[in-house]
Design a protein around this ligand. Structure first.
Ligand code: BG6
Length: 479
C-alpha cells in the first residue's frame, strides 16, 4: 500500500549545535596555538549589521596577538572548556539525543603544520566526547568551524595553498584514528560554501587566511583545494573505518527571484548554483558541474586542477548532506546593491535576518530532489535580545521561531524528505559568529555574560528550555 510518512522517524536525532571557537574559550591553555578566531576583536562601534571578516594586515594580526588591552570575545567565550560537564548535564535534562560541536584545530595542531598532534589537546576531546556519550547523546563532530591555525593563514594563505589542504587531511586522519569508534557522524568543514558567499572578506575569515589581496582565482583555487582535501579525508575514513558517515555542510542561502521577470528568475537560479549547489554538487555527485566550468571560463579563471584529483573527487563522495537554515533572501538581475535581497512578505530580526519557515520546507524539498541522500539539519535558530526578569527569561519569540521551523521540517518529512536529525543553533548562549557579541542570543540556556565578557557566567534555563524538552519527549508531535 502506498503511504506517506506521518512524522519524524523514531530514532530522530534531536539536539543542539555549538562551535569550539564561539564557546570553549581557554584560548591559550594546554598547548593550544592561536587561531584566526582568537585575533578577532569586538569592534568598538559594532552595529547590528555584518562585521564578520574584517580585513586585516599582517601587522594588525601580529599586534592583536600581543594585545592585552582590548577584548577578544572568542578567547574566553562562555568557558565551555571548563564548564562542559554542567552544560552537557543541562542538554541531557532537555533530553538531547545528539550534540554537535567542533574540534579546535589549534588545540590539536597548534600551528597546523606540525608532524605530531598535541596530546593534551586530544585528551580534552577524549573527555568531552566521553561526557557527551556518557550523557546518552550521539556526538556529531565538525572538524573545522572558522578557526584555522593562524600560522597556516599567515604563512601559506590558508587553503589557497595545497600545503594547508594536506595539513587539514592529516588533522582529519588523526581525528578519525582516535575517535572512529566513538563518533559516527562527521562534518568536515562548517558551511563550506561560505568561502565566497559574502565576498572576499568572509572568505578570508573562513578559509583563505586573513590578509588582503586575494583574487577570485585564489578564492576558487582554495575551494578546489578544500574539495580535494575533503575527498582525501573521506577516502581515508571509508577505507579504514566503514562505520564513519561523512557529511558535507552548506550554509543555506537559497534566493527567491525578486520578481517573476524571467531575468530575475534566472539570476536567482545562477546565484543558487554558484553560491550553494556548486559545493554540494562536487562533494556529493563527485564532478564539477557544467555551470561552474562556464562561470570560470567566462571570467578567465584558470584553476590548477589535476586529473588524479578529479578521479579522487569522483570516487570519494560524502554520505549525507547537512546544512544550516536561518533565512531566505531574494535575487534580482544586475549588479548587487546593498538594498537588494529584501522580501516584503517576510518579517526580519533586529539583525536583518528574514524569518521564513516555509522557505525551510522549500529548501528541504529542493535538496532532497537534487541529491536523494539523508539530510541532517545542523543549525537553525533565532538570535534575539533576551531580558532576565527575576531570574527568568520569557523567550516566547524564540519558541515561536523554532516551533514554526520544526513544523515546516515535519511537513517536509511528510513530503517524503529523509531527515535524520536536527540540532538547533546555540542551545546555550555563545559568541555570535557574525557580530562577536553575546547579546545576540540563541540559547535555551542563558549565560550571564555581556558583550565585554563581564558577568558571573551563571547558566539559567529559559522558557524555551522546557518547550524544547517537550518537543523531544514527544518526538516532535507536540510543538
Ligand atoms: C552559522 C555559523 O552561520 O550561523 C555559526 O555556522 C553562527 O557559527 C550561526 O554562529 C549564527 O550566526 P551568528 O552570526 O548570529 O552567530
Amino acid at each position: 500500500m502506498l503511504k506517506a510518512p506521518t512524522g519524524f522517524q523514531e530514532n530522530f536525532l534531536w539536539g543542539g549545535a555549538i562551535a569550539a571557537n564561539q564557546a570553549e574559550g581557554a584560548w591559550n591553555v594546554n598547548g593550544k596555538g592561536p587561531s584566526i578566531a582568537d585575533v578577532e576583536m569586538l569592534p568598538e562601534k559594532y552595529a547590528r549589521t555584518y562585521i564578520w571578516g574584517y580585513r586585516h594586515t599582517r601587522e594588525e594580526v601580529l599586534a592583536a596577538l600581543k594585545d592585552e588591552t582590548n577584548y577578544y570575545p572568542r578567547r574566553t567565550a562562555i568557558d565551555f572548556y571548563h564548564h562542559y560537564k554542567e552544560d552537557l548535564a543541562l542538554m541531557k535534562e532537555m533530553g538531547f539525543r545528539c550534540f554537535r560541536t567542533s574540534f579546535s584545530w589549534t588545540r590539536i595542531f597548534p600551528n597546523g603544520d606540525e608532524k605530531e598532534p598535541n596530546e593534551e589537546g586530544l585528551k580534552f576531546y577524549d573527555d568531552l566526547i566521553a561526557e557527551i556519550t556518557g550523557n546518552g547523546m550521539e556526538p556529531v563532530m565538525t572538524v573545522s568551524h572558522y578557526e584555522m591555525p593562524l600560522h597556516l593563514s599567515l604563512e601559506y594563505g590558508g587553503f589557497s595553498s595545497r600545503k594547508v589542504a594536506d595539513c587539514f587531511v592529516r588533522y582529519c586522519q588523526v581525528l578519525f584514528d582516535r575517535y572512529h569508534d566513538k563518533v559516527k557522524y562527521w562534518i568536515l568543514i562548517n558551511q563550506i560554501n561560505y568561502l565566497d558567499i559574502f565576498g572576499a572578506p568572509f572568505g578570508q575569515f573562513a578559509s583563505l587566511g586573513m590578509i588582503y589581496g586575494y583574487t577570485q582565482k585564489d578564492t576558487y583555487q582554495a575551494v578546489h583545494n578544500q574539495f580535494v582535501a575533503c575527498a582525501s579525508a573521506t577516502k581515508y575514513a571509508h577505507e579504514n573505518f566503514p562505520e564513519i558517515q561523512i557529511g558535507v555542510m552548506l550554509g543555506d542561502d537559497t534566493r527567491y527571484p525578486a520578481t517573476c521577470k524571467p531575468e530575475d528568475v534566472f539570476a536567482a537560479t545562477q546565484h543558487n548554483q554558484m553560491k550553494l549547489y556548486f559545493f554540494s554538487d562536487v562533494l556529493l555527485r563527485g564532478e564539477y558541474p557544467g555551470y561552474a566550468l562556464r562561470y570560470f571560463s567566462d571570467r578567465r579563471i584558470e584553476l590548477n586542477v589535476m586529473e588524479e584529483e578529479l578521479k579522487l573527487l569522483k570516487e570519494n563522495t560524502a554520505d549525507f548532506l547537512s546544512y544550516s537554515y536561518y533565512y531566505t533572501y531574494t535575487k534580482a538581475a544586475g549588479p548587487e546593491t546593498k538594498e537588494m535581497g529584501g522580501n516584503p512578505y517576510l518579517e526580519k530580526t533586529p539583525w536583518g535576518w528574514s524569518i521564513d519557515p516555509l522557505g525551510f520546507r522549500n529548501s528541504l524539498n529542493q535538496y532532497w530532489d537534487r541529491y536523494q541522500v539523508p539530510i541532517f539539519i545542523s543549525e537553525n535558530g533565532l538570535g534575539a535580545l533576551d531580558q532576565v526578569e527575576e531570574g527568568k527569561i520569557h523567550d516566547d519569540y524564540r519558541i515561536g521561531y523554532l516551533r514554526s521551523h520544526i513544523a515546516a521540517m515535519k511537513e517536509a518529512v511528510k513530503d517524503g524528505v529523509k531527515i535524520f536529525g536536527y540540532t538547533s543553533w546555540g542551545p546555550i548562549d555563545l559568541i555570535s559568529a557574525s557580530q562577536g557579541e553575546m547579546s545576540k542570543r540563541y540559547g535555551f540556556i542563558y549565560v550571564d555574560l555581556d558583550d565585554r565578557g563581564q558577568g558571573s557566567g551563571r547558566r539559567l534555563r529559559k522558557d524555551s528550555f522546557y518547550w524544547y524538552q517537550k518537543v523531544i519527549a514527544t518526538n516532535g508531535k507536540e510543538l
